[in-house]
Design a binder for this molecule. Structure first.
Ligand code: CS2
Length: 485
């Protein structure tokens, strides 16, 4: 259990946790899940008749950090504090009780398999990162020779999707209805991508099972939004001082919170509409708006900000050149080629996103955002780049972003100070391409290759110019010299 001071400024779960049963399994119990979906479910559990929707959390990574997390979960009985920071700097904290159990998939394999086979479990949700879906961006399918898929099919090391496929086979055999799979990762049509991943991995195990999954399992698309910074020692201390709780794994977030879902849950679902979730017929305009405005400008700014010496998001937003770079990108490059959801003004949405980034109380980190940059550039910038290339539009800002990304991979900023580079999906073949003699190899890495940027003479020239200005003048000098802010 967690220690709570008598004077603690924190709201506690007002429901009886011992009466709650597991209805949802979640893969990837990171800070985002704990500050987003687990909060929505915690709100549900406060409502009558909703006590069968507790969460079974599953950690899929095998880093020492995942084991530490499992131990902390155990010690705290799954409880943790969430502190939310409003734009005016005000904050509020609560203890979240919706995660009832936690297992670490590699170590607790049998427990996870049992949980996934329980008829009371009706939903599986995922935050396994944009790069976690094994799907080739060029084909939208899982490559048959993917090493992780082959290893899984041979029974060596299960992937998330291999586990799900086997669990579904077990349910099918036992006459138990399949669970619904909800991806909460920032991917375009994340439900469709999850379906491609699950049926692709299942096909390597048993093609007939893959066909059955494709026909019987629902994969509603969803859009999630909340900025949730990483929590290191300094943040943990700050949060515990604010709450008066001795928490080994507190989580923090901005006050903004959004979850938009397609309503396709044949096995049932919690009353999420009563706790702030929006249900829509078709998610497309919501997800493209968020991905191409919020995530794309996060990615756009992350590499130049780190190179310029900024470590926190709000610090870079206070720099007129970087802020202007993002504003011009959104207003001049992105919005003219983007459709808005009904009743939404894209310029207003873009302005609100930059205000959220500028909140110093949130203190979000560029290193967090730049992690898996190779995947994120592809996921969040491809559609805008394609549209601009088709329309002979201005792609110079994205060219500079890619030039900054290439430098970012060196892990040292313009002051000579190093930062952490987390690139889990950039392959060795991609790293070799960076040495291509014409200097355009970065445009040929797997996530960017489908765009053919190296073969587009105008883009290649913009890229070469951006790279040269960056080398000669640094990030801020390049933005100014190229007139990009
Ligand atoms: C960020 C997201 O990691 C990233 O790339 O852009 O985590 C972002 O903070 C969330 O999507 C906000 O909803």
């Amino acid at each position: 259990m967690i220690e709570i001071d008598s004077g603690a400024d924190v709201a506690l779960p007002a429901y009886d946790r011992t009466g709650v049963t597991v209805g949802i399994a979640h893969f990837g119990v990171g800070n985002f899940h704990r500050a987003h979906q687990a909060l929505f479910i915690d709100r549900c559990l406060h409502r009558p008749g909703q006590q069968d929707w507790g969460i079974f959390g599953i950690g899929a990574g095998d880093s020492p950090a995942s084991r530490i997390k499992a131990d902390a979960f155990e010690r705290q009985g799954g409880l943790y504090t969430l502190t939310e920071f409003a734009p005016d700097g005000g904050h509020s904290s609560r203890v979240i009780g919706s995660i009832l159990e936690y297992a670490h998939a590699p170590a607790d394999y049998d427990r996870v398999v049992r949980a996934l086979g329980d008829p009371r479990l009706r939903i599986v949700t995922l935050t396994i990162t944009e790069g976690g879906y094994l799907v080739d961006p060029a084909t939208g399918r899982v490559p048959e020779d993917h090493p992780a898929v082959l290893a899984d099919a041979q029974g060596d090391r299960p992937t998330v999707f291999g586990l799900l496929a086997r669990a579904l086979a077990g349910r099918r055999g036992a006459g138990i209805a399949p669970f619904t799979v909800v991806s909460c990762d920032n991917l375009r049509h994340n439900g469709d991508v999850a379906r491609a991943a699950l049926t692709g991995v299942a096909a390597a195990i048993d093609p007939e099972l893959a066909r059955w999954i494709g026909e019987h399992v629902a994969f509603p698309n969803s859009m999630v939004d909340r900025i949730v910074p990483a929590v290191g020692d300094a943040e943990r201390q700050r949060l515990n001082e604010l709450t008066g709780v001795d928490d080994a794994m507190p989580v923090m977030a901005e006050s903004y919170l959004q979850w938009v879902l397609e309503d396709d849950f044949p096995a049932g679902r919690p009353e999420l509409e009563a706790v702030g979730v929006e249900f829509v017929e078709d998610i497309t305009t919501h997800e493209t708006m968020k991905g191409r405005i919020l995530n794309a400008s996060h990615v756009l700014l992350s590499f130049p900000s780190l190179l310029a010496g900024y470590r926190h998001v709000h610090e870079a937003l206070a720099d007129p050149l970087l802020r202007g770079f993002a504003e011009r990108f959104l207003l001049d490059d992105v919005i003219p080629v983007l459709d808005a959801p009904a009743g939404v003004s894209l310029p207003d949405y873009a302005a609100s996103v930059l205000e959220r980034f500028a909140n110093p109380a949130v203190g979000d980190q560029w290193v967090r955002i730049a992690t898996d940059g190779a995947t994120k550039i592809g996921v969040f910038h491809t559609a805008t780049l394609e549209a601009l290339l088709r329309a002979d539009g201005d792609t110079r800002r994205q060219a500079l972003m890619i030039a900054c990304y290439e430098r970012f991979l060196g892990g040292v900023d313009e002051r000579g100070v190093s930062f952490e580079v987390g690139e889990p999906t950039l392959s060795d073949a991609d790293r070799d391409r960076l040495r291509d003699a014409d200097g355009l190899g970065i445009l040929r890495i797997a996530p960017l290759a489908p765009l053919g940027l190296d073969r587009d003479a105008a883009f290649a020239a913009d890229y070469a110019r951006a790279r040269d200005e960056l080398a000669a003048r640094g990030v801020l000098g390049a933005i100014e010299a190229l007139g990009l802010a």
